[in-house]
Design a protein around this ligand. Structure first.
Ligand SMILES: CC(C)(COP(=O)(O)OP(=O)(O)OC[C@H]1O[C@@H](n2cnc3c(N)ncnc32)[C@H](O)[C@@H]1OP(=O)(O)O)[C@@H](O)C(=O)NCCC(=O)NCCS
Length: 159
């Protein structure tokens, strides 16, 4: 059954969390794994909203941390779809850290995470197509499609 398309803004999400001592090493630097989990959480919210089904993470593009995040920083993750296939959805997640005492904000990294929607039997299920509303959004989706093709080529090669 062909599904009606949904817009990027229909599922986009923002989550914020203050970094605590339990998130960091003894020098106060937040562990990369803490940020990776938050990235996955934010992306999963978007994919679930778009598909209205259970989703699993199938791929995460490499994550480079451009600057450190410290205990006390407010981390904000802004997540939105950048490509949708038949059952797969690529979400772009932007990570920003703010020192709430000074207001200084740093863009610490951007990640692309791919989720697959599953049916009740755990099989990939079709999701609504993604509708780009502007030329910029259509370009964003075209770039996401290229990244997905590159992932599938890497999967075929087993790399
Ligand atoms: C996700 C999963 C169900 C896909 O199963 P599969 O047998 O590869 O199914 P398919 O080949 O039909 O692929 C389903 C979709 O995933 C995409 N996909 C599969 N492998 C991918 C990869 N490495 N990168 C990006 N997309 C991928 C396919 O392109 C397809 O997308 P489409 O429907 O939009 O065309 C299966 O790989 C799985 O269960 N993985 C574990 C997920 C998990 O537990 N994640 C948490 C890790 S801790």
């Amino acid at each position: 059954m062909t599904q009606l398309g949904k817009r990027i803004r229909d599922s986009q999400a923002t989550i914020s969390q203050v970094m605590l001592p339990t998130d960091a090493n003894t020098h106060g630097n937040v562990h990369g794994g803490v940020i990776m989990k938050l990235v996955d959480d934010a992306g999963a919210i978007v994919a679930t909203r778009h598909s209205r089904s259970i989703v699993v993470t199938v791929a995460v593009d490499s994550m480079t941390f451009l600057s450190a995040i410290y205990v006390g920083n407010l981390v904000t993750l802004t997540a939105a779809l950048s490509y949708v296939g038949r059952s797969s959805m690529e979400v772009e997640v932007l990570v920003e850290a703010e020192d709430p005492l000074t207001g200084d904000k740093t863009h610490t990294n951007t990640a692309y995470v791919v989720y697959v929607a599953l049916d009740d039997s755990g099989e990939p299920r079709e999701v609504p197509p993604l509708v780009g509303e502007t030329e910029e959004e259509r370009q964003r989706i075209a770039e996401g499609c290229e990244r997905q093709q590159a992932r599938l080529t890497r999967r075929q090669k087993g790399t």
